[in-house]
Ligand binder design. Structure first.
Ligand code: ATP
Ligand code: MG
Length: 140
């Protein structure tokens, strides 16, 4: 069975990427996985008062909530959609998931939650295109 990976950060652009992939996947009866990546917290702020794994656990929980909201936003699908929230460097984690688990392609929005809206392409999408061994679909 063909499988498609969509990296989701909760932004409207990433919801659009999910919709685009669903329209490709549905006629194929393909599998779809939504992946939310929590960047590992670095030392300094927070680390002093909360253990890193607690910070990560609460961020993963937030990610699961974001994934549920994205699922609700795209509505009913004939496909069963898997969701996953993990901790790691986002670009590397998205690329290695696509490659190691042999997805057909990985999709992202062209922009995301980042503040700098003037960018044509967000840094996650930009670096993923450069790094990924698997085909990348950037959805505008
Ligand atoms: N942490 C993440 N986990 C999963 N997918 C992500 C994550 N961050 C970004 N993406 C994916 O990459 C797409 C583009 O986001 P990107 O981060 O490149 O843009 P941005 O947030 O506007 O810019 P920047 O992060 O450089 O400020 C998103 O629509 C989403 O599909
Ligand atoms: Mg971003």
């Amino acid at each position: 069975m063909k499988r498609f990976l969509v990296a989701v950060d909760g932004s409207e652009a990433s919801v659009k990427a999910v919709r685009a992939v669903l329209s490709l996947a549905e006629p194929l009866g393909a599998g779809v996985t939504l992946l939310y990546v929590v960047p590992p917290a670095v030392g300094g702020v927070g680390a002093a008062w909360a253990p890193l794994d607690e910070i990560h656990a609460s961020e993963v929980k937030h990610g699961q909530k974001v994934l549920a909201e994205v699922l609700a936003a795209v509505g009913q699908s004939a496909l069963s959609i898997e969701t996953r929230a993990v901790v790691g460097p986002p670009v590397e984690t998205i690329a290695s998931t696509a490659a190691d688990e042999d997805y057909e392609l990985v999709a992202v929005g062209s922009t995301g939650k980042g503040a700098v809206k003037r960018l044509l392409l967000g840094s996650t999408a930009d670096r993923l295109v450069q790094l990924s061994q698997k085909p990348v679909l950037v959805v505008r």
